[in-house]
Design a protein around this ligand. Sequence first.
Ligand code: ADP
Ligand code: ASP
Ligand code: MG
Length: 410
Amino acid sequence: MGIIVQKYGGTSVGDVERIKNVADKVIKTFDQGNDVVVVLSAMSGVTNDLLRLANEASDNPDKRELDVLLSTGEQTTIALLAMILKSRNYKAVSLVGSQADIRTNNISGNARIMSIGSGSINQLLKDRNIVIVAGFQGYDVAGNITTLGRGGSDTSAVAIAAAIKADMCEIYTDVDGIYTTDPRICTKARKLEKISYDEMLEMSSLGAKVLQIRSVSFAKKYNVPIHVRSSFNEEKGTMVVSEDKGMESILVSGVALDRDQARVTIKKVPDIPGISARIFTPLAEGDVSVDMIIQNTRSDSRTDISFTVTKNDYKKALEISNRVADEIGASGVICADQIAKISVIGVGMKNHSGVAASMFQALADENINIRLIATSEIRISCMIEEKYAELAVRVLHDTFNLDKNEAIQS
Ligand code: ADP
Ligand code: ASP
Ligand code: MG
């Protein structure tokens, strides 16, 4: 017996039949004597449909009103699940973000959770209600509805689990766990029994959307164990937990792919002190977040500076770069949006060299050109042409023997 938070993603609540399947799972957990809080996404496709409607209504939809609109997707599913549970004679209450007291900052469309007042949820649980909370939403200090960015229901679930000191946060989705890479791209992908918070943070930030990155940060900070599993079977999934000794013996534990990338290069920038600040300060002021940066020194005391941004920020980054290039006397700006970032991740890399060399050689053997490279203690990322992205995932998966249980040991 304990306190369990269960989050069901878009496919798992895709129609009323599936929501009835969710009800079965919730009831099973509840009948075992657990307190259950359920966090739901919108039905799959609904958030995109709402976004399309907003873009039909206005070229530049007002951000506050967009959040009012997008939050309705989750309001639909929580009400339907509550109805189903009540019709089966279970006590259930649905709560939108403000009713669950999920307070956020005021960044519309990408708000961060500041605090959760757990009083109302706790009281409802004490009275043996099944509490059903709308994911992806909260409210700001002025009472406006806010949303947490795409995939944000994961973060709602983990944050609630931390606030009510749940014993477990179960994330039910359309795959049966975390795999060594996206199983939809690589058929040899292998399900992991467990993965450390740090590796999962890297995987999420490098494109594996199976968990929203902020949900993993919350889980790490508050030590919430996450169990990622399928809503369509009873199989055990993958535990996301603190690092343990055994984990470090595995050199590479996953490959991630991020197609949401674009590159900007400012050509022949004068190679003098302060020049990078003159380029990157206006980008930061324009709210463009820059990922990888590379500077190529040339022989004529000029340098080419390239950087990457998300496709969403691409137009703005280009506008700002063109303006700055003029101001600093660079020769021009070139760009590419058909690129992708491919990364290998593993805590074992901390104590082992040679992973980068193997990665570069494997890509070279397939004639895949590497445009940019970035590394951290536990990952290596390369920017490549998008058309090679899936091939690169499969090649690297093979190179590091990720389909085998006994993956390369350090
Ligand atoms: P939900 O709607 O349940 O939140 P998402 O679509 O957000 O589900 O995330 C699940 C998807 O994440 C899977 O269908 C899979 O294609 C993708 N994915 C990417 N990388 C991985 C990985 N390493 N392991 C498992 N799934 C992954
Ligand atoms: N419905 C939102 C989205 O599609 C949030 C979520 O599903 O986590 O991004
Ligand atoms: Mg998701």
